[in-house]
Design a protein around this ligand. Sequence first.
Ligand code: ATP
Length: 308
Amino acid sequence: MGRVLPFGALSKRSGVARRLVLSAAAKINLALEVLGKRDDGYHEVATVMQAVDLSDRLVIEDAPVLELRVSAPDVPSDGSNLVVRAARALQAAAVVSRGARITLDKRIPVAAGLGGGSADAAATLVGLSRLWGIRWPAARLAELAATLGTDVRFFLHGGAARGTGRGERIEPVAGAALALVLVNPGVGTSTSTIYGGVTPAMYSDGSHVRQMVAALRSRRPARIAASLYNALERVAAPAHRQVAQMEAALLAAGALGAAMSGSGLTVFGVARSFDHARQIRARVARGSWTCWAVRALRGPAIRIGRER
Ligand code: ATP
């Protein structure tokens, strides 16, 4: 346990920021396998996650109590928001008596398989650690992150990483300079509903993830595209015909390969270059679909700027 931080004194001594601007990047799953079901009811997964440059923005300011404002009407700003849960968890674990005013500008679509809520939680941990002058070792922050959600730990790393267990055991892997196109159908889905539809026939042995790790090491977009895999598509696609439609549109527009991210329904296509990704995006954009040309991030998923 930490101690109560004398915020004013700390502020003068070490130049602690009073206002921080952070970006919290989304992730895609380049490969996602379900290995089996555990005794605790959760599925054992193996995945390769990749941070991409589609980001939420958080402004964190010094304030006596915790407050959250959110730009998106469909995202709660109460205690159920992962930002508030992360802030309260850090406040309690580090015994901090200060609060913070947090403004969350959502750009990552919600309930879309892109880990937006988890990215925001990771950004909150990083930002508030800075604001409150908490200097924990990375491993301690990662431990707290794992209590908030499966993907939160990944976002403290960023880049490309293999995830095992429920996805919370993270091991960085070599990434490639990938350009991608994301397509979101404007309809959300719930992770627990999708996992609820998984049957043993969908289990595999981790070989797709091993293949993707090798493909990333080769840095060849065509090999990476040929190694895309997501077991959850077999649950999501029959229930949501947009998944197959979006993938077909990406391939018809020139993508080297396409797959769904996480529990969906966002799908992504692999391009030869960023210019190619922009061409594909222009060809695919239609109706209620929202499309982005993005780059894989080699560095951190959470980036911190400072505004005084
Ligand atoms: P998962 O991490 O389960 O794959 P996802 O990426 O598909 O999730 P999120 O955008 O993280 O989905 O949102 C899942 C749910 O979490 C939403 O229905 C939303 O109400 C709730 N939620 C809580 N906090 C946030 C947040 N900061 N941003 C978005 N959604 C949030």
